[in-house]
Design a protein around this ligand. Structure first.
Ligand code: SF4
Length: 550
């Protein structure tokens, strides 16, 4: 013990598990699992061992870890209520079936691919399919025995599940209207294709500290503010169209808006710069504690200036050009409805409720698109889908066909603005039900708010999460709902939500306020949203947006 007069030696800062600073040990269980075996190797075991042994033969380290690198998670055993989620061991929550994500970079599929996605669902996934807010398709009820056949079908049309989950470079978000929109600065598709071709499945980036989310878009329509790395279209005064580089955004606990590095990146350098940013994350990311392992924590500690300097000096070997920030649209872009393309044809955006479709619906959408001469469909970060290249004289025919499939091209603001995560139906972390609740909420609001619907010019977004994670981006919704157990008026513990109000992206970029005591039971949800919306419509100034009014 030092005496009061002896100056204390500064205590050595505990390592954060940063490889670049020599911290390789000790490892937490996730880091150990990744070190023991490259997670990408699990594909071979699934095809050659587990597909034959079935669920019972799966090594637990593969089951709860490495399977994710191929988009596979065990789904929640039916019948376990949300109040027990935190009290059970993972194996007690595991069903013998899997959720499977199909990786769809830029959300872009051909109608041939879409039909195959639907057929796989019909054959192997009990006709389930959800459009996720990361432009993926998610199946349920998948058996490990069927995975070789599922991959054969998907890969036969150029689709993959590789790195759809796990501590890896996950699906790259891209504008659903890339290459056809009148108002995009440039088409980011070649950059997305190049990143995918060079780096997805590259062992050099298969062991990251945590997941790594990318967005590349020629316009601000992909929630770029909440990505680990994002490239957003901007026009440089001297060099023309290119991308503004953002890093360190992320939601979940401790949400953070990404920061601009002030750098301009031309289209043909995006893949190289992306590799530099992900390398900084791999080498300097905090691996010691999993809840501090996302890139946002490093960016917060370093700041934009240091991050850019390390990126340029250690990884790119050159300086990036300075550039401007993106122009922000007055309203968030969701591409719902009918819009003219640059070539004179139209794109038609349609809304299911909270992304819930089915394999049969997707097969039918593919056929409907082909009947009107289109062979391209895209999924959006708002859980919607868009049919591209529709001739003007076929727009109404297609709209009617989509409506028959439950996909509205003229949705109410409530259908348009609601998103929901997987929730209690299939997710092992969930505390409350979400998808069915979203369906109820939309139909109830359509009925009860019919008298003021015409007064709501922009959708009021309502995002529903089944737990404190933020798979449905609750902090950036006008009304964000975080699933938890709450106490009802009679003192019972029931499903409900903590409310966050006034979050947004674009002009309103910021996180919703978690109002003390603003908790609502699931049964009281529609009534709560109705009251808030009526107060907003009655109390706002002309043209005032919800996020500003709250
Ligand atoms: Fe599951 Fe929670 Fe994510 Fe919803 S927010 S999908 S309940 S982890």
């Amino acid at each position: 013990m030092s005496s009061p007069t002896t100056p204390r030696k500064p205590r050595a800062r505990r390592g954060e598990g940063q490889w670049a600073l020599g911290y390789r040990e000790p490892l937490n269980p996730n880091e150990r699992s990744k070190k023991d075996d490259n997670p990408l190797n699990v594909r071979d075991r699934i095809e050659n061992i587990y597909a034959h042994t079935g669920f019972a033969g799966i090594d637990p380290a593969d089951l709860r870890g490495r399977f994710r690198w191929y988009g596979l998670y065990t789904q929640r055993k039916p019948g376990i209520d949300g109040g027990r989620t935190a009290t059970l061991e993972p194996e007690e929550l595991d069903d013998e079936y899997f959720m499977l994500r199909v990786r769809i970079d830029g959300g872009a599929v051909t109608t041939e691919q879409l039909a195959v996605i639907g057929e796989v669902s019909q054959t192997y996934a009990r006709d389930t399919a959800d459009i996720t807010d990361r432009q993926n398709i998610q199946y349920h009820w998948i058996r490990v025995e069927d995975m070789p056949a599922v991959w054969a079908k998907l890969e036969g049309v150029g689709l993959t599940t590789m790195e759809a989950c796990g501590d890896s470079p996950r699906v790259i978000l891209g504008s659903p209207v890339a290459g056809i929109a009148e108002d995009e600065v440039l088409d980011g598709t070649p950059a997305i294709d190049e990143i995918r071709r060079r780096y997805i499945g590259d062992p050099a980036f298969a062991n990251l500290p945590r997941k790594f989310k990318t967005a590349v878009s020629g316009q601000p329509d992909v929630a770029h503010e909440v990505h680990d790395v994002a490239f957003v279209g901007v026009r440089h005064p001297e060099h023309g169209a290119g991308f503004d580089l953002w890093v360190g955004g992320g939601l979940s606990t401790n949400p953070m808006i990404g920061v601009r590095l002030g750098a301009w990146v031309p289209l043909d350098e995006v893949a190289e710069v992306w590799a530099g940013v992900i390398s900084v994350f791999r080498d300097y990311g905090y691996r010691r504690l999993r809840n501090r392992a996302r890139l946002k924590y490093l960016v917060k500690d370093w700041g934009a200036e240091k991050f850019r300097e390390v990126l340029e000096r250690e990884y790119l070997g050159r300086e990036l050009l300075d550039g401007p920030g993106p122009e922000v649209p007055a309203e968030p872009l969701d591409h719902v409805g009918t819009h003219r393309q640059i070539d004179g044809r139209y794109y038609v955006g349609a809304a299911p409720i909270a992304g819930r479709v089915s394999g049969s619906t997707l097969v039918a959408v593919a056929k409907a698109a082909e009947r009107v001469g289109s062979n391209r469909v895209r999924f959006t970060p708002q859980q919607k889908l868009v049919v591209l290249d529709v001739p003007e004289n076929e727009v109404s025919t297609l709209g009617a066909e989509l409506a028959r499939l439950g996909l509205r091209t003229d949705p109410s603001p409530w259908r348009r603005g609601v998103m929901a995560c997987t929730g209690l139906e299939f997710c092992k972390l969930a505390i409350v039900e979400t998808k069915a609740r979203a369906v109820d909420l939309v139909s109830t609001l359509e009925r009860r708010l019919a008298d003021i619907t015409g007064e709501v010019s922009a959708p009021i977004t309502v995002h529903i999460n089944g737990c404190p994670n933020s798979c449905a981006r609750i902090q950036t919704a006008d009304i964000g709902l975080k699933g938890q157990i709450v106490t009802d008026a009679d003192g019972n513990q029931v499903e409900g939500f903590q409310v966050h109000l006034g979050g947004g992206l674009g002009l309103d970029a910021g996180f919703g306020r978690k109002l003390r005591g603003h908790k609502v039971t699931a049964d009281g949800l529609a009534g709560y949203v109705e009251r808030v919306v009526r107060n907003f419509v009655a109390g706002r100034k002309p043209d005032e947006r919800f996020a500003r009014w709250v």
